[in-house]
Design a protein around this ligand. Structure first.
Ligand code: GTP
Ligand code: SPV
Ligand code: MN
Length: 588
């Protein structure tokens, strides 16, 4: 017996499924699964003329987003999980959580899902095996990963692989746990069937476990989009961008440029996760470990993201969106007038008077990357693509300008480490609350965040040509609560400035401020966009009165890491305070 077979056998002895099905990833298997799910009501057929091969899934209403308070890092020592992670000792996990798997799959099929994260032939790809009792998870994994046969072939070659055990259990939030064991690179997930809780290749493996693997083997696993940025008559550059959940990665990665005709365009490599390795040329090379998009539906329309609208027109699984009488999908912010009647995300009749959204705010589409009309021809390159710029972006109503360039790698790491963002519906809990979300990895870093920053600093040393680091903020609001910047396609203007900063081409200016280098109004198209002077000021100003409490807040956040905090970040805090004319409040 192979090691996978032995492990599957062992899991089945605990979970007691009626049947075990090994998934090969074929079309026939997918069609069979879909047929079974249509029969059981797990999937609802959408209008096949308008949406061929598309289905709707309604999840349990208590299971609609990642549950961060039920997500744990199970290292032997609590300090290895660090102050920003929930921690559970492996022995407590065995006593408290393992029993939930006991007989959990009785009456169900246990699917064995072998999958590859990364292009099939990439030296940077990694293999995982998820066992799950959810056919919905299998169908999503088939879109999101290279699943089945190609993964089996790599497993036969005795490659190291990451085991993940998933059961929907009884879907009760009281018996829901998402556990990660960094030492043995293992994942247990029980009690949820949703997205990042249940598709174990995604956040559990490709970020939490992979971040630990990367620390140990000199690479990085990041919550980043990857895009190809083309300028007229020259080679493209590649940009990676870390934005917290539901803060604009998918939209930026699929951006439709207003300057398409002039040769300024964006092509997608990835839209959620990025693995970075140091190439022989000393640059950081990025692969997208995924093969599909698990994207936010609300707000997506032909204006904001026409390429996403084209991507989801076929072979897509929609989760928790609303449905029209003629079985088309609907969500808040989609094109056209609001229909008089809909079926809401829970299957109930809905009218515009309902007083609640028809689609869940975290409703999603799962679509194959291959259907993206602006997919880069390099998206599956085995060596990845070389990254010239890294963006850190959050949702900040105030203080943080539209864009600034950091003063170098160490300052850039400080900018990422201290970034904040308002919470969104992608995780359960209050929405719109400002919190620290370092590198957009707060919910996804598999070890102590201070050591993770140390790893970033070290990677900057290893790479002789590290990318330039920028901070962006599309979400600045005016006194009426409206967004000051048009965003979406117009973000191309910011990318163009970044291109010129990175390549040294063009005529763009950069003004020095205490926080970093900021463009002129002209460089972000203030005239063409007819932005009034006070709006341009709001977008590009660095207000010392606003930054003083901001920098004090950095200090309070960093202080909780104590002695673990890298000295370089202390020094960056001191230097920033000095540039702002303040006394550094982060002592030692
Ligand atoms: P995850 O999949 O959760 O990691 O999210 P993401 O980072 O890929 O975010 P996504 O691109 O799906 O955007 C989330 C929400 O932000 C959507 O409702 C978008 O319409 C909205 N959004 C994205 N880009 C912009 C922008 O430039 N301006 C504004 N105002 N909203 C944006
Ligand atoms: C996120 O929350 O960052 C997502 C969606 O990309 S999930 O797969 O549910 O994590
Ligand atoms: Mn994400």
């Amino acid at each position: 017996m192979s090691s996978v077979e032995q492990w599957v056998d062992g899991v089945a002895q605990t979970t007691r499924p009626d049947r075990i099905a090994w998934c090969d990833g074929s079309d026939a298997e997918y069609e069979r699964l879909v047929g079974e799910m249509l029969e059981s009501g797990t999937l609802i057929q959408l209008n096949q003329q308008a949406y061929p091969g598309c289905y709707l899934h309604r999840s349990n209403p208590t299971d609609v987003a990642r549950t961060e308070h039920l997500t744990f890092i199970c290292s032997e020592r609590e300090e290895d999980a660090g102050p920003t992670n929930n921690w559970m000792s492996p022995s407590e996990a065995r006593e408290r959580v393992w029993p939930l798997f006991n007989g959990a799959m009785r009456g169900r099929t246990m699917y064995v899902v072998p999958y590859i994260m990364g292009p099939v032939d990439s030296p940077y790809s990694k293999v995982g095996v998820e066992v799950t009792d959810s056919p919905y998870v299998v169908a999503n994994m088939r879109i999101m990963t290279r699943m089945g046969q190609p993964a089996m072939e790599r497993l036969n070659g005795n490659e190291e692989w990451v085991p993940g055990i998933h059961s929907v259990g009884d879907l009760s939030p009281d018996r829901r746990f998402i556990l990660h064991f960094p030492a043995d690179r293992t994942i247990w997930s029980v009690g949820s069937g949703y997205g990042g809780n249940a598709l174990l290749g995604k956040k559990c493996f490709a970020l939490r476990i992979a971040s630990v693997m990367g620390r140990d083997s000199a690479w990085m696993a990041e919550h980043m989009l990857i895009l190809e940025l083309r300028a007229p008559d020259s080679d493209p550059i590649y940009v990676a961008g870390a934005f917290p959940s539901a803060c604009g990665k998918t939209n930026l990665a699929m951006l439709r440029s207003p300057f398409e005709a002039d040769g300024w365009t964006v092509r997608t490599i990835g839209e959620d996760i990025c693995w970075l390795n140091v190439g022989p040329d000393g640059r950081l090379w990025a692969i997208n470990p995924e093969s599909g998009y698990f994207g936010v539906a609300p707000g997506t329309n032909f204006q904001t993201n026409p390429n996403a609208m084209a991507t989801v027109r076929a072979n897509t699984i929609f989760t928790n969106v609303a449905m029209t009488d003629d079985r088309r999908v609907w969500w808040e912010g989609i094109d056209g007038p609001v229909p008089e009647r809909l079926t809401d995300w829970q299957g109930n009749p809905w009218t515009p008077q309902a007083g609640a959204p028809a689609a869940h705010p975290n409703s999603r589409f799962t679509a194959p990357a291959a259907q993206n009309p602006v997919l880069s021809s390099h998206w599956e390159d085995a060596e990845g693509v070389p990254i010239s710029a890294i963006l850190f972006g959050g949702r900040r109503a105030t203080t943080v300008p539209l864009v600034f360039e950091s003063l170098g790698w160490e300052h850039g790491v400080y900018v990422g480490a201290t970034m904040g963002s308002e919470t969104t519906a992608a995780a359960t809990g209050a929405v719109g609350v400002l919190r620290h979300d370092p590198m957009a990895m707060l919910p996804f870093c598999g070890y102590n965040m201070a050591d993770y920053w140390g790893h970033w600093l070290e990677m900057g040393q290893r790479a002789s040509h590290p990318p330039k680091i920028f901070q962006v903020n599309w979400f600045r609001r005016d006194e009426h609560g409206k967004f000051v910047w048009p965003g979406f396609g117009e973000n191309m203007r910011v990318l163009r400035w970044i291109y010129e900063r990175v390549t040294g081409r063009g005529t763009s200016a950069a003004r020095e401020t205490p926080v970093g280098l900021v463009p002129d109004g002209a460089d972000i198209g203030a005239d063409e966009l007819e932005l009034p002077a006070d709006r341009v000021r709001a977008l590009l100003e660095v207000d010392r009165d606003a930054w003083e409490p901001e920098v004090e807040d950095h200090a309070a956040f960093l202080a909780q890491f104590g002695e673990q905090l890298p000295a370089e970040l202390r020094e960056q805090h001191r230097a920033l305070s000095t540039r702002l004319g303040l006394t550094a409040s982060l002592v030692k």
